[in-house]
Design a protein around this ligand. Sequence first.
Ligand code: SAM
Length: 278
Amino acid sequence: MSTAEDRLPPLRDVIATHGLSARKSLGQNFLLDLNITRKIARRAGDLSACDVLEVGPGPGGLTRALLMEGARRVVAIERDARCLPALAQIAEAYPGRLEVIEGDALEVDALAHLQGPVRIVANLPYNVGTELLVRWMTPESWPPYWTSLTLMFQREVAERIVAQPGSKAYGRLAILCQWRAEPRIAFDLPPQAFTPPPKVTSSVVHVERLDGPRHPADPARLERVVAHAFGQRRKMLRQSLKALAPDIVEQLTAIGIDPTARAETLDLEAFCRIARAL
Ligand code: SAM
């Protein structure tokens, strides 16, 4: 019996037929090897009872993998209209399981198209990816509508997401992503995995949300403390946090934090303690 995938042309033919030459301005580095895209789809978890939000499907390599791996439904947002005919062909091969929205993922209200539970999966241009990650990590209330994120980043950004105190990569992104979620680097992909190859190694990062924060704190206050602390990461806390409280030395001492410590040595719990105190 032929499968839906058997009825679709190879991705290289899709690209040739629809003239999908990669555009640098749209951060287009395509994944054409189904073994790789299926590995990403599997890392996202059990998709059979989920809607998957895919951002930037392009010619549809990852989209096809998500459907092959059993996603209940995929909602895909793509900015490049040239990709729409190729995506329509996939929708036809998987009736009722793929909805394609033409638009900018930074502007489209994806939630209106989704039914929970939702997993988000994307191989995105790096600048858009980081901006979306920050938005997904800062919803108005927690838990957010998504249960997991499986996203491609430059290795260097992935390291910032999972960084621990004391490392150079540790900063705002680590605290934002680790306070209410569990991020992990799933695996790396060399430049040759993509067409055309980017300049650097990429990493797939998988983030599972937690039901609530690891340590209590008001999100806006925590963000303010972290922004000030890492805004001047080489300075001691008594200096970098002075703008938040004139008596910062006394306040930090009272909660057991050394005012001469630097931001990169403080763990998540310590930042939450400061946010609660100030
Ligand atoms: N997912 C495909 C793959 O793995 O082969 C394509 C990946 S390519 C790195 C990024 C895709 O995101 C491109 O198709 C590009 O047109 C699309 N894109 C770029 N910016 C976007 C945006 N703001 N909103 C939606 N899609 C975007």
